[in-house]
Design a protein around this ligand. Structure first.
Ligand code: ZN
Length: 269
């Protein structure tokens, strides 16, 4: 049976657990290389650092159902592996390369994925879209709402609740934790503290609205002075970010999306 043109399925995923990466988490030492991983001490021959990823939970059912050998996951940005993705979820396009059964019902496959994912993810219904949507989601920038759990090393000098409702223009250098793979730049970003809950004398839950590209964990910790002003500076006590969730990606407020594409009719089925 001849292969058909590549299919593009758009949806949004919610990631309801921590420890699940968006895409395959290759071992940093052997990169999953078939030969090298056999003797790799880092991953013990597994080639990956986690068994699953959002990408794999999808591909495991989409590829056999559409009789395709290859698929690609294109996310509209990504969250760290230990960060949950809540709210309406993160948009993505799953590319199904050369499907031999393009007429497969994607809704049925979506249900199968959800039945087998152990409640780790949720998926909005798939929509067949044109290839241009991949670039659209890659290039568009969105502000996000986060919930951060901050642990304080002592008593704050300034009451944290006084931050509620305030916006801060921050200078942020590339975080130490990613500096080995990203250019070391300084950028200006904006953080608005929408809500502050004091869960305990040394624990705060903060609801934050952050500009695209803000490193939120580093705003909470200060990243050894690389982010300024940071939460520790503002309340006068060292802090660390214990947990982080994306509560919403503000996709209606794209700041540098390319020319808005015309609404796309479903390609002929
Ligand atoms: Zn390895």
């Amino acid at each position: 049976m001849a292969a058909h043109p590549t299919l593009y399925l758009e949806s949004r995923y919610r990631k309801l657990v921590r420890g699940l990466p968006q895409t395959i988490f290759w071992c940093p030492v052997c990169k999953g290389h078939r030969e090298r991983r056999r003797t790799c001490a880092q991953c013990q021959g597994f080639g990956k650092l986690t068994r699953d990823s959002v990408q794999e939970l999808l591909a495991r059912h989409l590829l056999p159902a559409f009789k395709a050998r290859a698929g690609k996951f294109h996310g509209a940005g990504r969250e760290d592996v230990d960060v949950r993705m809540l709210g309406q979820g993160r948009p993505f396009v799953f590319e199904i390369v050369a499907p031999r059964s393009p007429q497969t019902d994607e809704e049925q496959v979506r249900r199968t994925i959800l039945e087998h994912c152990g409640d780790r993810i949720d998926l909005a219904p798939f929509r067949r879209v044109r290839r241009e949507r991949v670039a659209f989601w890659k290039e568009a920038h969105f502000a996000k709402i986060y919930r951060a759990l901050a642990v304080l090393a002592g008593a704050p000098a300034t009451a944290p609740v006084t931050l509620a409702g305030r916006s801060f223009a921050i200078q942020q250098r590339t975080p130490a934790r990613v500096a080995h793979r990203r250019a070391d730049l300084e950028r200006e970003r904006e953080v608005t503290v929408q809500q502050v809950e004091e869960l305990a004398p040394d624990r705060l839950a903060l609801t934050l609205r952050c500009a695209h590209g803000t490193y939120v964990k580093e705003w909470v910790s200060g990243d050894a002075g690389r982010t300024r002003p940071s939460l520790p500076e503002l309340i006068g006590v060292p802090c660390r970010c214990e947990e982080l969730d994306v509560l919403e990606i503000l996709t209606e407020e794209a700041t540098s999306a390319p020319t808005a594409p015309a609404p796309e009719p479903d390609p002929a089925r």
